[in-house]
Design a binder for this molecule. Structure first.
Ligand SMILES: Cc1ncc(COP(=O)(O)O)c(C=O)c1O
Length: 352
């Protein structure tokens, strides 16, 4: 059992209503951060410190060999005036699956859950009041050895920072199917959240943006044929009234939003399937008038409508009015649960 947490709070908060309500996603950080170190085979005391720079050496092993993973979830203001974290235990479980894959020790639930709860309670005034606003919680976990041996490190740091955020996208997404670069491959790390997965995807995203798209539609690594994810979100396609998402076969991040949406769709009486979808099947379904909508799913955007998909100079344009869509309905239902406006029948909220 790790020792109890210390809180070294500061007076003189940087909080202002302007920063809290209008910050662009991930650009403003609240007053405190959680830090816990692992050394000599055990975790030390978690501490809450004023948010700020951490002196670290250039020999830091995370920078050389990439043992660096992260998570992301949100704290919401609830209708009864409280605050709740959405499915934080699932993020802890996913962090620890990433840790095992990267040969890192697991982070104890006491440090992660109690640490985040204490941090969010302390900085609760940073949670936006605006519609769609939340405090984004970003745990990061990385190796801190100061040697150049290529081996799993012996020292690590776990840290959590938080940011006030609002809605992530302002317009429906234009995607281009990526046939050259891949995000993940069988036996790789695509079903976890190591920082390197994101580093390896940035060039494809930038090239897509230079061509006027928002991001890429990732295809599988072996055949460049099966749809995997869209940008940094899971994808749902509505084909013949059935909501379809690719199955979790090791190259797709098991999104917590994806899982929540699958549960809610089935409760709403909408058939939902997890099965492989080839890009040619998607174009054929569109041609036959059976593809009615597509949307991305992830913590940041919750549900993001997709306006178009390009593949080899051919375009799919999706014109279903968003307000009548399955995506809009499931988004509204999920957001009602997250903000305590609908009953939490699945025990997804951790109330603070
Ligand atoms: C690659 C990728 N896919 C999907 C997701 C969606 O996961 P979640 O719903 O847990 O945020 C994310 C965000 O974490 C992601 O980075």
């Amino acid at each position: 059992m790790p020792p109890l947490m210390q809180v070294n709070s500061v007076s003189g908060s940087r909080l202002s209503a302007e920063l809290r309500e209008n910050a662009a996603f991930g650009t403003v950080f609240s007053d405190h951060m959680l830090v816990a170190d692992y050394e000599d085979g055990r975790w030390g005391e978690a501490e809450i410190l004023p948010y700020g720079p951490m002196p670290l050496p250039p020999s830091l092993s995370a920078l050389h060999y990439g043992q660096s993973i992260f998570e992301g979830f949100k704290a919401y203001r609830t209708a009864d005036g409280g605050v709740a974290l959405f499915r934080p235990r699932d993020n802890l479980a996913r962090l620890n699956r990433s840790a095992v894959r990267m040969a890192m020790p697991e982070v104890p639930a006491s440090i992660f859950l109690e640490g985040v709860a204490e941090l969010v309670r302390l900085d609760r005034d940073w949670i936006p009041y605006r519609e769609g606003g939340a405090l984004y919680v970003r745990p990061i976990y990385f190796a801190t050895d100061e040697v150049l041996f290529v081996r799993p490190a012996r020292r690590y740091r776990f840290c959590v920072v938080t940011c006030p955020v609002g809605p992530y996208f302002s317009e429906a997404l234009r995607l281009v199917a990526e046939e050259h670069y891949v995000r993940a491959f069988p036996g790789g790390t695509g079903d976890g959240k190591p920082a390197g997965n994101y580093g390896g995807s940035l060039l494809a995203a930038r090239l897509a943006q230079e061509r006027g798209f928002h991001n890429v539609l990732w295809l599988d690594a072996l055949e460049h044929r099966y749809i995997e994810e869209c940008g940094v979100m899971n994808i749902f396609l509505v084909i013949g009234g059935v909501a379809v998402t690719p199955p979790l076969t090791g190259t797709i991040l098991p999104g917590i939003t994806r899982d929540s949406i699958l549960t809610l769709l089935r409760e709403m009486g909408i058939q939902a399937e997890e099965r492989p979808i080839a890009i040619d099947e998607l174009f054929a379904a569109h041609e036959a008038g059976r593809l009615t909508e597509a949307f991305g799913a992830g913590t940041a955007a919750v549900v993001a409508p997709i306006a178009s998909i390009r593949f080899r100079e051919q375009d799919i344009h999706l014109s279903t009015p968003w307000t009548d869509s399955i995506g809009a309905k499931v988004r509204a239902r999920l957001m009602a649960i997250q903000t305590g406006r609908a009953p939490d029948e699945h025990g997804w909220l951790m109330r603070l």
